[in-house]
Design a protein around this ligand. Structure first.
Ligand SMILES: NC(=O)c1ccc[n+]([C@@H]2O[C@H](COP(=O)([O-])OP(=O)(O)OC[C@H]3O[C@@H](n4cnc5c(N)ncnc54)[C@H](OP(=O)(O)O)[C@@H]3O)[C@@H](O)[C@H]2O)c1
Length: 272
């Protein structure tokens, strides 16, 4: 059973302060669901969510910070991530000078070693840590991964993976699949719409995806294109509500004409 069947259900959102994560939290609250956010920055989360969520301070790279966050939760939605290419968000031990940035870009392995929040540390090790801390009776682990994992040698994914982001996302997916926990793995294309970092919660929920394009899902990693953060967040939340999304791995992009309402049950149940 994966749908909400108890007033006791509590959803942990990791990466809640990010572009997709903040929309996920907003949509969970809109549906009247209880939310705990895992964040490295409690003040940021409290301001962002008007104190309407439980806040657990933690860092997925640090296993000791996770048990308090995962206690008594029923579902996890993980939207954590860092940049695909070296940036300040990789948290280098020392701020690189211009020459060191040059070396960094020429030598992905050495830059990875010097970075504290690289894809390998967040998307691979961090996700594995979160899986290990999840309650064994978890009803669903929803993971925001990426298109291209099965096409790492093809352009443009070969370029996207120059610093190993797709390798790391794949390891994150494998940790979840091998854990035996019920999961849904969502692989967006290039993210558009947001992040809406200066919005309050009410304004955030009014954000629309341009209204132009429909939602297309597929398996086997053949889809490419843009994906609205709003639809990734919708897919995360709707996954919890539809048992047909359990143990599914799918790509999601925006294409074609947008119908008046997206029928998530039809989309999930049509996946192989
Ligand atoms: N950008 C694209 O085109 C694209 C395409 C496909 C898939 N994706 C994936 O889609 C997901 C969502 O993207 P987004 O744009 O919403 O991401 P985002 O805005 O960069 O948000 C990332 C979130 O991860 C959190 N985080 C980073 N390191 C962490 C750590 N060590 N411990 C705990 N939390 C940590 C950040 O928290 P802080 O506020 O503490 O930093 C932030 O809340 C990401 O997984 C990304 O890899 C992106």
């Amino acid at each position: 059973m994966t749908s909400f069947d108890s007033v006791e259900d509590l959803v942990l959102v990791a990466g809640a302060t990010g572009g997709v994560g903040q929309l996920v939290v907003g949509k969970l609250l809109e549906k009247g669901l209880k939310v705990r956010v895992l964040t490295r920055n409690a003040a940021k989360a409290e301001e962002m969510f008007n104190q309407r969520v439980e806040v657990a301070v933690g860092d997925i790279r640090q296993p000791a910070t996770l048990p308090a966050a995962t206690q008594d939760i029923s579902h996890i939605i993980s939207c954590t991530g860092t940049t695909a290419f070296p940036s300040a968000r990789w948290e280098f031990e020392q701020s690189p000078n211009l020459i060191e940035w040059g070396i960094t870009f020429l030598n992905p392995k050495s830059s990875e070693a010097k970075a504290k929040n690289s894809p390998a540390k967040v998307d691979a090790q961090g996700v594995s840590n979160l899986v290990a801390a999840a309650p064994r009776n978890l009803k669903r682990f929803v993971f925001v991964s990426s298109c291209g994992i099965e096409r790492k040698n093809q352009f443009p994914f070969s370029v996207l993976n120059a610093f190993g982001v797709l390798d790391a996302k794949q390891k994150g997916e494998e940790s979840i699949i091998n854990s035996g926990l019920p999961y849904t793995i969502i692989r967006p294309g290039r993210l558009i719409d947001g992040p809406y970092t200066s919005y309050d919660l009410n304004t955030l929920l009014k954000a629309k995806t341009g209204g132009k394009y429909g939602v297309v899902v597929g398996t086997g990693d053949t889809l490419s294109g843009d994906t609205s953060r709003i639809d990734v967040a919708n897919a995360c939340v709707e996954s919890l509500l539809h048992p047909s999304s359990s143990r599914k791995i799918f790509e999601i992009v925006n294409q074609g004409q947008r119908p008046p309402a997206i029928n998530w049950e039809t989309l999930f149940s049509g996946l192989k």
